[in-house]
Design a protein. Sequence first.
Length: 413
Amino acid sequence: MREGGRVGITQRTGRWEDLFAARTRGDVGGGLGSILALSTATDLISFSGGFPDPATFPGPVLAEILGKLIAQGDASAMQYAPTPGLPGPRAFIAERLDRLEGRCPGEAEFLITSGAIEALELVSKTFLDPGDPVLVESPTYLGAIMAFRSFQANVEGVPIDDKGLDVEALERRLAGGAVPKILYTIPEHQNPAGVSLSEERRRALVELARRYGFLVVEDVAYRELGFAGDRPTSLWSLAPDVVVQVGTFSKTFFPGVRLGWAVGPREVVANLVLAKQNTDQCAGALGQRLLEEYGRRGLLEEQNLRSRALYGRRCSVLLDALETHMPEGVAWTRPRGGFFCWVTLPQGIDAVELSEQAMAERVAFVPGVPFFPNGRGRNNLRLAFSRIDDEVIPEGVRRLAALIRRAVKEPSR
Ligand SMILES: Cc1ncc(COP(=O)(O)O)c(C=O)c1O
């Protein structure tokens, strides 16, 4: 049917996808959706999503704070907020960064975002034209790969080892002519591998950024979750001229609040604020005020202490179980913080096939492939220990180990 002289969309081709923007084609990946979909499954020993344990979430005190905000008639909590964030929550976050990082961002150097994933989206929107080169750790957070690819960037990987990003390999790439606009890194307790960048490499990395003129995007999602409470020097505090730090309150407060931050050079932040104006305009004001009130009472730091103890204990239960059950030829990282342990299977064992067999045994994990920008990782898998009861970890690992033993014996299955 013709409406206003135009042919109805579905009559043209019958398929909506023919009208989708070019940026949705290609391998943007839908990996996060399938991980989130598993989040409600019961009867499953799940090492799958990188979810915080609800036991860490704020309790009744949040109801009290919320009640007070409403009773006081605090309109700022209900109103649209300025795009960079409300003044009170901004001051709280800036003071906290000053205390934790030894550097206080200037007024024009930071904004509050709707989670770290939005900050990555804003950075992408600001910097990336189709085909622009972006370097990421290989493997890395698949949400970041998706964010960069959704702006049609050309995403390539740089290897990591037990000291984090291999900065010498990066240097060779740069010397060989690579000209990335952005280098994305998760320096602490990396997702998915659980490794951290050494102090020495941190300094070398920011020097490379200065020398070759690219932006380092430092994602500190797990920085505050070191089991021993240790925090190496942040890249942003080392080099605020070439680093944007992207942070989140999802792992330290709770993800439902959807709050994060980005700090970086003023010129960059000004553009992130512009980009946010036509993304969601502002992060939710109610959440910002809750965070501020909760944080100012010192409760965020108390919550962190409890979270670190919980995740540290879970991680050691997992490492013990791997030691006990895994056959020869299987290797894994030994995280000192965060949510994840990264497993390397014997050559030729396919983690995607294994995940299908594991589902039949009611065990879930994420196979390695989606964490690589280039299709590697078939013999890797990620085990999240953040939201799984201590009691079921050994049984989950025992079932996985049995499947791996079987696959080693019968590789053609
Ligand atoms: C490295 C990393 N960055 C960012 C995020 C997303 O954070 P947010 O919930 O603030 O969007 C995650 C969540 O899994 C993550 O692992």
